[in-house]
Design a protein around this ligand. Structure first.
Ligand code: NAD
Ligand code: IPM
Ligand code: MN
Length: 336
């Protein structure tokens, strides 16, 4: 079993070692391959995502990515490391579970997954200037919509929420978002699993979906949506699991996946030791669950994080939380 580790920039370099330590505690034979990527890498080498890193993730079949910084202005030759990774490895599904933490979050009944299409939409990276303005391309294809629909359907069949909600803006974008919605519906219609019959499938326009995520988050099971809507809704939904310090994700393709906390490089706290490593540890648990297919081990990690959060709170700092999670794992192992 091999894992390619790309800490990246800022707090990525602080939270990733905490997550690797948890994995090593449970999987002593796990081989770790360190790889470069991110803004600092771009400044040193002229590329944010070296070909060697892409190859290392392909070879390992699994990656753990910390976070990278990106300038919010055009920089010649620069393309975000994480976007390149998603695109080049066709990590087409970005799976972002949000679960409330009893005793820590303001609600106790939230258990949803945002399944975000991860390769197209507004992220195709085609912007151009034109006289008096600029244009960004937003691309939706039937093939990509069907494959994200199929992945979301699989996840919804295994999820206790019993509901799959398609989120789109087909009232304004009938060609693109209409195609997305219809493609996802077609995949559901063609599915033969008897579990599909038990699912409630519905759809919401993205604006009202945002309101309902604030107003009644417990109504959601699995949400499937296009790239930018998923980016925005997953940060908003993360409020219910305790904020960005606790929100995990898995960029998941065919035969290769990269776990990644939803948060960024957090320059405001980088270097202070304040970053919560829980999101990175929970992201590693998604690899354990979905890629290495060890659900009992993933439950163990999630339980250890939950107890660490309940005992110390999310502000205890990287080292204290990492230690507490590993101690909880030892206690769980000792008690069988
Ligand atoms: P951010 O997620 O880095 O930070 C937002 C806020 O959440 C900050 O106040 C930060 O301190 C806090 N926060 C984030 N993670 C935390 C943690 N683990 N523990 C405690 N607090 C945490 O988003 P931003 O400030 O908008 O962006 C900073 C940089 O990160 C930008 O360059 C952006 O492009 C990049 N970014 C990268 C990724 C990624 O690599 N996947 C994701 C989002 C943003
Ligand atoms: C995320 C981030 C990225 C995105 C950025 C860093 C390119 O916000 O993983 O959610 O927009 O997808
Ligand atoms: Mn985001």
């Amino acid at each position: 079993m091999r894992l390619c580790v790309i800490p990246g920039d800022g707090i990525g370099r602080e939270v990733v070692p905490a997550a690797v330590a948890v994995l090593q505690e449970l999987l002593p034979d796990l081989e770790i391959v360190q790889a470069d990527g991110g803004w600092d890498c771009f400044q040193r080498t002229g590329t944010a995502m070296p070909e060697a890193t892409l190859q290392a993730v392909r070879t390992c079949g699994a990656g753990l990515f910390g976070a990278v910084s990106s300038p919010s202005r055009a920089v010649t030759g620069y393309r975000s490391a994480i976007l390149t990774l998603r695109r080049e490895l066709e990590l087409f599904a970005n799976v972002r579970p949000v679960r409330s933490l009893p005793g820590l979050t303001s609600r106790e009944d939230v258990d949803l997954i945002v399944v975000r299409e991860n390769t197209e939409g507004l992220y195709v990276g085609r912007e151009r200037s034109e006289p008096g303005g600029a244009v960004a391309e937003r691309r939706i294809t039937e093939a990509a919509s069907r494959r994200i629909g199929a992945r979301a359907l699989d996840l919804a069949c295994g999820h206790s929420g019993g509901r799959l909600t398609i989120v789109h803006k087909a009232n304004v974008l009938p060609l693109t978002d209409g195609l997305f919605r219809d493609s996802v519906r077609a995949v559901i219609g063609e599915a033969e699993s008897p579990r599909v019959g038990d699912l409630i499938v519905d759809e919401l326009l993205v604006d009202v979906a945002a309101l309902k995520l604030l107003e009644a988050p417990q109504r959601f099971g699995v949400i499937v949506t296009t790239n930018l809507f998923g980016d925005i809704l997953s940060d908003a939904a993360a409020h219910w699991c305790g904020g960005l310090g606790l929100a995990p994700s898995l960029n998941w393709g065919e035969g290769v996946a990269v776990a990644e906390p939803v948060h960024g490089s957090a320059p405001d706290i980088a270097g202070t030791g304040a970053a919560n490593p829980a999101a990175a540890i929970l992201s590693a648990a998604l690899l354990v669950r979905h890629v290495w297919q060890r659900p009992a081990m993933a439950d163990l990690i999630e339980g250890a994080v939950r107890r660490a959060m309940q005992a110390s709170g999310p502000a205890a700092g990287t080292a204290a939380i990492g230690d507490a999670v590993r101690r909880n794992l030892e206690v769980a192992a000792a008690s069988g």
